[in-house]
Design a protein around this ligand. Structure first.
Ligand code: HEC
Ligand code: HEC
Length: 149
């Protein structure tokens, strides 16, 4: 094949690829269904929290562990952080809870603070209660064997 011909095919494929992407973007529906971003969600599915079940094993080292207990009514705001009444280093022993790990004291410049870093203060940004749910998207992820927990 001559070079310009190959280039032509590649170009055509590229343009087609681009077009199909635009098309796909039109088709994408969020998990709460097709509603405007500022409209209330029209698809609220309440998941059943699993009470008293062993913590679900983490799939990879840096995964925030799931919460194996109810958190309804646990406040996290400027004044109080209910989670820390059990998970802080001062309180974890008495509560029989896991203490927050050292990473929770480092800010984004990696300076270590005496208190929980601001970026780790709102626990439920990363930790969610565990529930029996189907995976949202298919996933074939496998953790690296040697650093499996
Ligand atoms: C009344 C005490 C208490 C409060 C408040 C509390 N927890 Fe816990 N939490 C525990 C105990 C005890 C465990 C470990 C026992 C278990 O497996 O249920 C635990 C387990 C966890 C784990 C699993 C840790 C691991 O190693 O797998 C996470 C994550 C967690 N809690 C997050 C939270 C978050 C986030 C909040 C606030 C929204 C919170 N907890 C509030 C007592 C508490
Ligand atoms: C920005 C995301 C993020 C926030 C916010 C966050 N965590 Fe974590 N947490 C993680 C990750 C990631 C891990 C696992 C790796 C690690 O220890 O850093 C973890 C681990 C933990 C563990 C297990 C520690 C261990 O030694 O196994 C507990 C308990 C926990 N977090 C509780 C909390 C509580 C309570 C808060 C709120 C004060 C909080 N986390 C806020 C991401 C977060």
């Amino acid at each position: 094949m001559k070079k310009p011909f190959v280039m032509g095919i590649l170009l055509a494929l590229g343009v087609m690829g681009g077009m199909s992407q635009v098309y796909a973007a039109d088709q994408v529906k969020s998990l709460r269904g097709a509603s405007d971003l500022d409209a209330p969600s029209n698809k609220v599915v309440i998941k059943k929290i699993q009470q008293g079940r062993e913590p679900i094993e983490r799939d990879y080292v840096q995964q925030p562990p799931l919460i194996p207990h109810k958190i309804a009514g646990y406040k996290i705001n400027l004044k109080v952080n209910k989670c820390l009444t059990c998970h802080s280093w001062a309180n974890y022993k008495e509560a029989g809870a896991t203490k927050i790990s050292q990473t929770h004291f480092s800010d984004r410049e990696m300076s270590v603070h005496a208190n929980v870093a601001a970026r780790r203060y709102f626990c439920t940004q990363c930790h969610v209660p565990q529930a029996d749910t189907k995976p949202l998207v298919e996933n074939t992820f496998q953790p690296v064997e040697t650093i499996r927990r």
